[in-house]
Design a protein around this ligand. Structure first.
Ligand SMILES: [Fe+2]
Length: 270
């Protein structure tokens, strides 16, 4: 059994003063860390699915490291559209990992290492595209091939990345925020992992999400900084003010993937 905490989209500014629609990003991230640390069980590890920073700035990652390194379990990060991979590599502390593409590719694609890899093959992929092209994601062929060729077929497989792979039923999000080649990647992932595929875990939408697509389980976690709307006729995703403190507790057993979603009130006195 493995206990994993999934967090996302902390959007740290270069100092503690950054407010996003009235919510202080740093204070909300600190409340998130406190809530995870106060759980009555010890997570095996924590995955942050990107947008660590609101804008890629050394000081934002230094502040993120100051706050997030207080988490009492190894932390792993995926690259979000607001992030810079080289700043993340140099500023953030990661748990043990096995890189699947060279650093020179300027992509962060790895398998989570340590004791967890004996039970489940966890992959973290990098869907970042330049901001002038985004905010959608795209998975490079070298990453896809590296992940697919690493899958043994004998262990459960789970994938973490910033950008959802498949439509969620909200037009602006489905047009603008998904992984452009997400469905193609899912098809190839299913070919490689088959029934061992336990789920795809994402951020980016600032919205909790549970869906099945082609038999694959997808789970997204919201942002402690702010939430987005995701209505069935939305022409744009608006901000919802005063976000809660969201995180997901994912349990992997031999036969199950279980997700318990937390949404705690912020008590920081805004
Ligand atoms: Fe975000």
């Amino acid at each position: 059994m493995l206990e994993v905490i999934h967090i996302s989209d902390t959007h740290f500014g270069p100092d503690r003063s950054l407010d996003i629609r009235g919510a202080n990003a740093c204070a909300h991230a600190e409340a998130l860390v406190k809530a995870v640390n106060e759980l009555a069980f010890q997570p095996d590890f924590i995955v942050h699915t990107g947008d660590v920073a609101n804008d890629p700035h050394d000081k934002a990652y230094a502040l993120a490291e100051e706050i997030l390194s207080e988490l009492k379990a190894p932390v792993y990060y995926a690259t979000g559209n607001h992030d810079d991979v080289s700043m993340m590599r140099s500023a953030l502390s990661f748990g043990d990992r096995v890189d699947l593409v060279p650093d020179s590719d300027n992509q962060m694609c790895y398998r989570i290492g340590g004791a967890a890899e004996e039970k489940v093959q966890f992959y973290v992929l990098d869907g970042w595209v330049p901001p002038t092209e985004g905010p959608h994601g795209f998975l490079s062929e070298n990453q896809i091939e590296a992940v697919l060729s690493d899958i043994s077929g004998e262990k459960p497989v789970a994938v973490f990345l910033h950008y959802p792979l498949v439509p969620i039923g909200s037009p602006w999000i489905d047009e603008k925020l998904l992984t452009k080649n997400g469905i193609e990647f899912q098809t190839r992932l299913l070919d490689a992992a088959g029934s061992q595929l336990r789920g795809v875990f994402t951020g980016h939408l600032h919205r909790g999400l549970k869906l099945f697509h082609d038999g694959v389980f997808h789970s997204g976690v919201s942002s402690p900084a702010c939430e987005f709307t995701a209505g069935p006729e939305d022409e744009f995703c608006d901000f919802l003010q005063g976000g809660p403190i969201p995180f997901d507790h994912i349990t992997f057993t031999e036969e199950s993937t279980m997700v318990k979603s937390y949404s705690l009130p912020f008590e920081g006195g805004e």
